[in-house]
Ligand binder design. Structure first.
Ligand code: ZN
Length: 214
């Protein structure tokens, strides 16, 4: 084994495959390289050629789209000459006012709060690593992103909107607002941002193991 190979193996980290749970030792990857599971072929880690610039740009775009999705009207309903303008936050508030407090909290958490926290935390960590600055709580936030991820359900919210379109189609006239377009864009950009965001690579760049070793 050559010296660089030995150094790479020494820095290698144990990682479980997300698909089949097989344990692997993933070394520090060269730019453009991808590590795949030898059992099922799932991607374990990748080191994109453009470095962190692409995920940073995607996360900034996603944050701007999330902001736009919350500023403008989402939908306008016309029932019997009455107009109801609905915003993204207004959907949670309407549920709360209708006595569905628990559901209102879940909708707010999964469609606004968790995505906002995940995007801002991810951006903070990536900018810190990109510009080689040791900003406070970077490691804590990187660990926290993994816990936030399952709570981001933008696509589920969109599915609910589509169901409402079909159900209310005969009863009311619905007009789409700018927020809805921003939200659709957000789902697409966030999917691209999530696939470009590699926690494994960031842990390596931070130069610390994920868990304290005895
Ligand atoms: Zn696998």
């Amino acid at each position: 084994m050559s010296m660089p190979e030995r150094a790479a193996t020494a820095l290698a980290e144990m990682a479980a495959c997300h698909e089949c749970d097989e344990l692997h030792r993933v070394p520090v990857l060269a730019p453009g390289a991808t590590a795949r599971c030898h059992v099922c072929g799932a991607v374990l880690a990748r080191n994109p050629r453009g470095g962190l610039d692409r995920p940073i740009a995607l996360y900034i775009t996603a944050l701007v789209l999330l902001l736009l999705a919350n500023i403008f009207p989402f939908l306008t309903l016309e029932i019997g000459g009455r107009k109801e303008v609905c915003t993204l936050f207004g959907a949670s508030r309407a549920m709360y006012n209708a006595g569905m407090g628990e559901l209102a909290v879940v909708v707010f958490l999964t469609s606004i709060l968790a995505p906002a926290l995940m995007m801002s935390s991810g951006l903070y960590v990536m900018l810190s690593v990109r510009f080689r600055q040791s900003w406070p709580a970077v490691r804590l936030l990187l660990a926290w992103i993994g816990h936030l991820e399952p709570w981001v359900m933008l696509d589920v919210f969109m599915l609910g909107v589509l169901v409402a379109f079909v159900k209310l189609g005969n009863m009311a006239t619905m007009h789409t607002g700018n927020s809805l377009y921003a939200f659709v864009g957000l789902i697409l950009v966030f999917a691209a941002a999530s696939s470009a965001f590699d926690r494994h690579l960031l842990w390596h760049r931070l130069g610390v193991p994920r868990r304290k070793r005895p």
